[in-house]
Design a protein around this ligand. Structure first.
Ligand code: FMN
Length: 207
């Protein structure tokens, strides 16, 4: 089995927040997915050791805030690498409560989905929460950040790159990576693949 094939699954990137007995917390996740349309239902997979996991189990609700493409790596690291057990992650930030009282960051989020847990599946290290939407709001028309965008930023790349040395941009239509090599894109070998998502040369479009 080639386990690297699993990296080709596409994900979004989200802040998941919750509140319980006056305490608020949030962390970064990439594992939110819509699972049914009627009713509007999502799944969320969370590591059991995190504070957000513990608080969602107690509160029975959470808010998924869709991270915008303009958000900074620092903000994602703040919510995705620190634990609310050691720090108040919302300190100094403007938040709005959703219909369940869960905090939504005023900046950087493009949609907020308020969710009520209806089922938990114990997956050993993780819990899969199944939840119904209690409310949903669009906050901005900006594009969402994908997990692939996040990996480009983490590896030092930029999402919106200036013109390449050849005076034109070729962009991977799957993960948005922009080719910026010295060899003109047309002259690259046919077996060239996107360094980020490994899709073939044919997945690139001129932008
Ligand atoms: C890009 C990214 C994706 C992540 N995805 C998940 C996820 O899907 N589920 C999860 O439980 N943790 C995920 N994490 C890790 C949590 O955000 C991290 O463990 C956080 O520190 C937990 O904080 P807490 O203890 O305040 O809940 C992710 C982190 C990053 C940076």
């Amino acid at each position: 089995m080639d386990e690297t094939a699993i990296f080709k699954i596409s994900y979004g990137l989200f802040f998941v927040s919750t509140s319980f007995e006056g305490r608020k917390n949030a962390c970064v996740v990439n594992t939110v997915a819509q699972v049914t349309q009627e009713p509007l239902r999502v799944s969320l997979c969370m590591l059991k050791t995190g504070l957000t996991h513990e608080m969602i189990q107690k509160s029975g609700h959470f808010c998924v805030s869709v991270i915008g493409r303009d958000s900074s790596l620092e903000e994602i690291a703040h919510f995705g690498q620190l634990s609310g057990r050691d720090t108040d992650k919302f300190a100094g930030r403007t938040i709005q409560p959703d219909c369940n009282g869960d905090p939504v960051l005023a900046e950087g989020c493009i949609a907020a989905l308020s969710c009520k847990v209806i089922q938990e599946v114990d997956l050993g290290t993780h819990t899969l929460f199944i939840a119904d939407l209690a409310d949903a709001k669009n906050l901005s028309d900006a594009l969402p950040m994908t997990y692939a965008d996040y990996r480009i930023l983490k590896s030092g790349g930029r999402l919106d790159q200036p013109e390449t040395k050849q005076g034109q941009k070729w962009q991977c239509s799957i993960c948005h990576y922009v080719y910026d090599g010295d060899i003109p894109f047309e002259d690259l070998p046919d077996d060239y693949i996107c360094p980020i998502c490994k899709k073939p040369k044919s997945a690139f479009v001129k932008v």
